[in-house]
Design a protein around this ligand. Structure first.
Ligand code: LMR
Length: 337
């Protein structure tokens, strides 16, 4: 064969080599979608994970964070993760029901956690680990729990007694426990995507809502809610989840480094959550637009008495055994709310 016959083969081979090299150098992209502002515990922790993950993998992984429902709203982001359109999310624990993981709604139960310490006995112990493990059958790998905080209630009227909720339309996340909570207070729950809450409050589609102060302030809810009650009646936090197929398909060393990055980010998230919420509450106070109300011990007892029935109502949905194992960690006793 003449030399000129080799030329096209040589060209093709060098193209193939170049494209192989290029694909070897292409970073693995992790699209991390979430619905809150950057300046929140979850928003900051996602950015922190990006930084640590990219450093630890020396650029072999690129994390693209999409905050503020930029890419997907609540429901769509779950579907996108399962389809593989995004690789990582950190949805609120109140949003796992539609996936068929109803037991995560245990975290929404009123007054089940007194403080972060009692919560961490669950999320950082065997009960939490087992809960994350059960996501595997849904094609999802649960990597960690990230804190946000304890919720306040808001409306355009003061909410001091359970009777004050009567007739109010209250926005909730898609959790049956939260539905039951609002009904126990005599309110009408309305499930709504997080990105739509501000406008719904502004236009009167709903009268009030619940969230930790960090979400309340960064969504500017203080502009459209006259009263906020420091009720600490429930917890809102997250599970960081990845598409299982994607995660299992990563090179082992990359998966390990990402695991370490996730551990560090979890430490960071949980270290900043309380102070972020305190700062947000301070900012609401400073705005002068929302009056902040505290509950007297008698008022708090009335809330606990009105809401304890939610535990019994939802026991079948969450699972009696799981509930008992959480009570054992937190010390909550539904017989003595
Ligand atoms: C909400 O929908 O109120 C929260 O889940 C938002 C969030 O992710 O913190």
């Amino acid at each position: 064969m003449k030399l000129r016959h080799f030329a096209p083969i040589a060209v093709a081979l060098s193209f193939a080599a170049a494209s192989l090299l290029a694909s070897a150098q292409q970073p693995i992209v992790i699209k991390f979608s979430h619905v809150v502002a950057v300046d929140t515990p979850k928003g900051k922790a996602a950015e922190y994970f990006k930084k640590v993950a990219e450093e630890k993998t020396k650029g072999r992984v690129k994390v693209e964070v999409y905050p503020n429902s930029q890419l997907y709203k609540d429901k769509e982001e779950m579907e996108a993760l399962q389809l593989g359109s995004v690789q990582m999310l950190a949805p609120s624990l109140a949003k796992f029901g539609p996936l068929g993981a109803r037991e995560f709604e245990a975290f929404d139960l009123p007054f089940i956690f007194d403080d972060y310490a009692s919560l961490h006995r669950v999320t950082e112990g065997p009960v939490g680990r087992a809960m994350l493990g059960r996501l595997e059958s849904k094609g999802i790998t649960g990597l960690a729990f990230w804190d946000n905080g304890f919720k306040v209630m808001s409306a355009n009227k003061p909410l001091k007694q359970p009777a004050d909720f009567r007739g109010l339309k209250m926005r909730i996340q898609s959790s049956k426990v939260l539905d039951s909570e609002m009904r126990a207070l005599g309110a009408t729950p309305q499930v709504m995507a997080f990105s739509e809450v501000y406008q719904a409050l502004q236009t009167g589609v709903v009268d009030g809502t619940e969230n930790p102060p960090s979400n309340f302030y960064t969504q500017k809810m203080h502009e459209v809610q006259k009263y906020l009650t420091l009720s600490d009646h429930g917890y809102l936090g997250y599970a960081v989840i990845v598409n299982k197929k994607f995660w299992d398909g990563l090179p082992t060393d990359i998966r390990e480094q990402l695991g370490v990055a996730m551990k560090e980010s979890t430490r960071y998230a949980n270290a900043i959550a309380a102070t972020e919420n305190a700062a947000a509450l301070e900012a609401v106070k400073k705005s002068g637009k929302t009056q902040i109300l505290s509950l007297t011990p008698a008022e708090k007892s009335a809330w606990r008495a009105a809401l304890v029935k939610v535990h019994k109502d939802q026991e079948g949905r969450i699972g009696k055994d799981l509930l008992q194992s959480i009570y054992k960690e937190t010390g909550f006793n539904p017989a003595k709310p």
